[in-house]
Design a protein around this ligand. Structure first.
Ligand code: PGA
Length: 251
């Protein structure tokens, strides 16, 4: 059985004090949840203070991005070990907003993935097609390109801790969600692809989250799909009550 994982991507929202407040409100609501992996990904500036609030409780902390180098002359960037030493355990890689606004290519995602794995951060690798690509019937080809590109040069053993997030770009922040069946179909396609390239056991065990306008109202129907192992939540994770309702929608 794959353990469900619900992650909140706070994007470029919340100052330090606001993030601390949100983390406290969330902790109050989910302190009794034990069978679900819960992660929040605040902006860099709030990671350390949120890590203090969350302590060893049920909510873990992740970053939204990192650089691939150990250290060096990369003004404005943050390295994996800097994240680890302040209590970060996860990192989102290849989010569509990074691909769209910051030129992040599959090969950059691949370099970051290797660096994250080398420091034992748990990577959440995002893949997903744009609206035009779906309309042209290119969903599978695009998703395949993202997965194969990100996993290039890695073995099934390397990939054991990796989490994938299928996020159709047209569903992110738009209020449009893929139907549970549409999402499940792409998840099944990804699992099949992984089976062919990396073998049965990785394909069976890897967790694939769905992301794109997940809300309390649609969470249960998405999360009840057999191939959907959790959710990567943007907007609705900025409110402790709606995020906790999504967590509790895992059955
Ligand atoms: P959304 O964002 O839930 O606001 O659509 C999801 C994401 O970008 O990860």
């Amino acid at each position: 059985m794959r353990r469900a994982i619900i992650a909140g991507n706070w994007k470029m929202h919340k100052t330090g004090p606001e993030a601390v407040q949100l983390a406290k409100e969330l902790l109050n609501r989910v302190s009794d949840v034990s069978n679900i992996e819960i992660v929040v990904c605040p902006p860099f500036t709030a990671l350390e203070s949120v890590a203090w609030v969350l302590g060893e409780g049920p909510v873990k902390i992740g970053a939204q991005n990192m650089h691939w180098a150990d250290e060096g002359a990369y003004t404005g960037e943050v390295a994996a070990k800097m994240l680890l030493t302040i209590g970060c355990r996860y990192v989102i890689l290849g989010h569509s907003e990074r691909r769209a606004h910051f030129g992040e290519s599959n090969s950059i995602v691949n370099k970051k993935l290797k660096a994250a794995l080398a420091t034992s951060l748990v990577p959440i690798v995002c893949v997903g097609e744009k609206l035009g690509e779906r309309e042209k019937g290119q969903t599978e080809a695009v998703v395949q390109g993202h997965v194969v590109g990100a996993f290039e040069g890695l073995s099934p053993a390397d990939l054991q801790s990796v989490i994938l997030a299928y996020e159709p770009v047209w569903a992110i922040g738009t209020g449009k969600t893929a139907s549970p069946e549409q999402a499940n179909e792409v998840h099944a396609f990804i699992r099949d692809l992984l089976k062919k390239s990396f073998g049965e056991s990785l394909a069976r065990d890897i967790r694939i989250q769905y992301g794109g306008s997940v809300k309390p109202e649609n969470a249960a129907s998405l999360l009840s799909q057999p191939e959907i192992d959790g959710a990567l939540v943007g907007g609705a994770s900025l409110d402790a009550e709606s995020f906790s309702q999504i967590i509790k929608a895992v059955t």
